[in-house]
Write a protein that binds this ligand. Structure first.
Ligand SMILES: [Zn+2]
Length: 268
């Protein structure tokens, strides 16, 4: 079983039934069911993209109602296309949820054992979700090309290791994001990957100076190298740029578009 679409009370979203069975709330929103106007129509959950912030907060309220969580049950990081990962404490509850000024600054990955939910925003970048059943820890990371080439997922696994958790016990899910079908990159992106990875089977040359980049495969290979078991990796393999009927896509729609939310929480 992999990711499935679910029609909730008000919104349609993606979730992973196998994770839910273990007491994990996990979701990825689609772009519909919210109140934002074009070009953010309609469930834009990102406060940082130029949309009317009142509308974004109404959209967030819809999202939280769907999951039956309170605003203070979550934490949000800034997301700066870097690889810093932060351990979230109980005292961080509610940070970034109402206001950009209170986000955890400079972080693209969040890890917690507190029972707080972790939320991040996406429009083509790869949402990477982690659940460590022994530590009872969850994590979400924002892995665009910079996060992938900088190997942010290894930073998350290192946080688990510090707490005594091994990668072989860890579950990882990759949500919808831009696929190899739609992600042509130039040498500014190709070169750093060739420098950072010994082999780059996830880069397929397309025309001189360009390649199609498969971020799902790059992250999957990294996870396997680190010792995550193949059967513990769930990849949605849904391309956001191919499906702007369901998702926002930065590549397809340009700078002014909305953001989907990815979120994860261990239900106590
Ligand atoms: Zn595509």
């Amino acid at each position: 079983m992999s990711w499935v679409y679910r029609q909730g009370q008000n919104l349609t979203y993606l979730t992973l039934p196998e994770w839910e069975k273990c007491g994990i709330q996990i979701g990825f929103s689609t772009r519909w069911g919210g109140v934002s106007n074009a070009p953010y129509e309609s469930l834009n959950l990102g406060l940082h993209v130029g949309d009317d912030s009142e509308k974004v907060l109404q959209n967030r309220e819809l999202w939280f109602q769907e999951w039956n969580v309170a605003w203070n049950d979550l934490v949000i990081g800034e997301q700066v296309h870097d690889v810093k990962v932060q351990l979230v404490e109980s005292s961080d509850a509610g940070r970034g949820v109402r206001d950009l000024r209170t986000v955890l600054p400079g972080v693209d990955g969040l890890v917690t054992t507190t029972g707080l939910g972790l939320m991040a925003f996406f429009a083509d970048c790869v949402p990477v979700y982690f659940y460590h059943p022994i530590l009872k820890a969850v994590s979400i990371a924002h892995a665009g090309w910079r996060g992938t080439v900088g190997k942010i997922i290894i930073r998350v696994l290192e946080e688990f290791r510090k707490m005594g958790g091994e990668p072989r016990e860890c579950w990882v899910a990759l949500g919808p994001s831009i696929g190899p079908c739609c992600y042509e990159v130039d040498e500014q992106v190709v070169k750093p990957f060739q420098e950072a990875f010994e082999k780059t089977p996830f880069l397929k040359s397309s025309r001189p100076g360009h390649a199609q980049l498969d971020l799902w495969e790059a992250n999957r290979l990294l996870l396997l190298e680190e010792g995550v078991r193949p059967e513990n990796i769930w990849s949605a393999s849904i391309c956001t740029a191919c499906h702007t009927d369901s998702f926002f896509s930065h590549r397809q729609e340009g700078l002014k578009t909305g953001r989907m939310a990815g979120w994860i929480r261990r239900k106590d």
